[in-house]
Design a protein around this ligand. Structure first.
Ligand code: PMP
Length: 433
């Protein structure tokens, strides 16, 4: 059995010519050919429930998006130095989605670019260089977005190789972080106070603070209540700007909140968004206040050859239309709530499940060997993901210990699919993986 030779040959070619650091899922991956809503299909016609695809928020193969892109490609594609309707329309709609005052938009092609630009804006606006970030975070692959990425799951050397302007503080993970439990806000805020006091004492000026407003790498753990309110105030008091990386958690996935920062009841100075915004088309944005955007003019003008192109801008608009008309954030809330309850019920039976994190369709099942010590069940998580593939479910581990199931399916996930996932996970746990 095993994959067709055709598929193996292609995998070998991929391994030979597609640079190695670009990892693929699974040792023996199925060769995917087609996607429809929350499912993927391989070349043998096997279907898989896609529970991991945080980018394809509308679902795979959306006919309306495909038609709109095709139409726009045959009509016009150029760059944003030209005047055409869709770039103005998308910018207006993004500004309307953001809180009052954040009315100015840059259009780029990815989350990394959006965060890179956000950092440059923080530098230009504040005139300072130092950025406070969180440990165990991922913000992108470009030089600046990588610099503030401290996750050792993505880069085992991350902590030794950050540039001097990056000042990470302890990750406010209320489940397994330095301080545990809901009542840890003060302790986590104190760790930021300590870092800022050190910078003040060294006369190091602050440019800004970047974090995901719901803690993504850990599987969607909300930050302790009031954490961002306190941290944002301290950052602003020093002339820094507050960047909310909404690349994963924003845009309706959380169900209850369109933006992650709403969960903390704060308003950032800069929002970065990508991934779901283009449903897989390279599209990202930075949304900020006019005076912050204008500060970049000190460095000349900003231009991205295909950021905000007619095709990308149409994609952005159609994604928003479909998101609203198909009520996908509401679906994330309802189906996500249902799925979370089913996963929590599994947690009653299987001690390996230490916690079910997250909200909406941004969930994480954290596996531990011991609920007291929280010893991470890393090997077990890998084995569970492999077995789920046999059973027709695409799932991958996340978190610094790779012991959390990364549950971020398309927002059109049906209740039947949620049941299938929970049933299959239950089966694997019953089998003993
Ligand atoms: N920020 C976060 C929180 C992310 O999860 C990612 C991608 N995993 C990025 C930024 C970078 O986005 P991209 O891959 O589109 O460059």
């Amino acid at each position: 059995d095993g994959p067709e030779p055709h598929s193996e040959t292609l995998l070998a070619r991929r391994q030979q010519h597609f640079a190695r650091p670009q990892k693929n899922y699974y040792l023996k991956p199925p060769q995917i050919e087609r996607g429809w809503k929350d499912h993927l299909f391989d070349i043998e016609g096997r279907s898989y429930l896609d529970m991991v695809n945080n980018v394809t928020i509308l679902g795979h193969g959306h006919p309306r998006l495909a038609a709109a892109v095709g139409r726009q490609w045959s009509l016009l594609n150029t760059n944003s130095r030209f005047h055409y309707a869709s770039v103005a329309e998308l910018s207006t709609r993004l500004a309307a989605l953001a809180p009052d005052g954040l009315d100015t938009v840059f259009l780029v092609n990815s989350g990394s670019e959006a965060n890179d630009l956000a950092l440059r804006l923080a530098w230009a606006y504040s005139g300072a260089r130092n950025i406070v970030s969180l440990l165990e975070a991922y913000h992108g692959w470009t030089v600046a977005s990588d610099a503030v990425s401290t996750s050792i799951a993505d880069n085992p050397q991350a902590l030794e190789t950050r540039p001097a302007w990056v000042h990470p503080v302890t990750a406010p993970n209320t489940y397994r972080g330095e301080f545990r439990g809901a009542d840890t806000t003060d302790s986590y805020v104190r760790s930021v106070v300590k870092k800022l006091t050190e910078l003040d004492a060294a006369d190091e000026k602050l440019a800004g603070f970047i974090c995901e407003p719901v803690y993504g790498n850990a599987g969607g753990i909300p930050l302790p209540k009031g954490y961002l309110d306190a941290v944002y105030a301290m950052v602003r008091a020093r002339g820094g700007v507050c960047i909310a990386d909404e690349v994963q958690v924003g845009y309706g996935r959380l169900g209850d909140y369109f933006w992650g920062f709403e969960e903390q009841g704060v308003v950032p100075d800069i929002i970065t968004v990508a991934k779901g915004m283009g449903n897989g088309h390279p599209l990202g944005a930075v949304i900020t206040r006019r005076e912050i955007a204008d500060a970049l003019e000190k460095e000349g003008y900003f231009f991205s050859s295909s950021g905000g192109s007619p095709v990308s801008s149409v994609v952005g608009q159609v994604v928003l239309d479909i998101l609203t008309e198909e009520r996908l954030p509401e679906n994330a809330q309802v189906v996500g709530g249902y799925l979370k309850a089913r996963l929590e019920a599994l947690g009653q039976h299987f001690p390996l499940i230490g916690a079910v994190h997250g909200m909406g369709l941004y969930l994480g099942v954290e596996f531990v060997r011991d609920r007291e010590t929280l010893s991470p069940a890393t090997e077990e998580t890998a084995a569970i993901c492999d077995r789920l593939l046999d059973l027709g479910v695409i799932m991958q581990p996340t978190g610094d210990h790779l012991n959390v199931l990364k549950i971020k399916p398309p927002l059109c996930l049906s209740c039947e699919s949620a049941d299938f996932f929970a049933d299959m996970l239950g089966r694997v746990l019953e089998e003993g993986w």
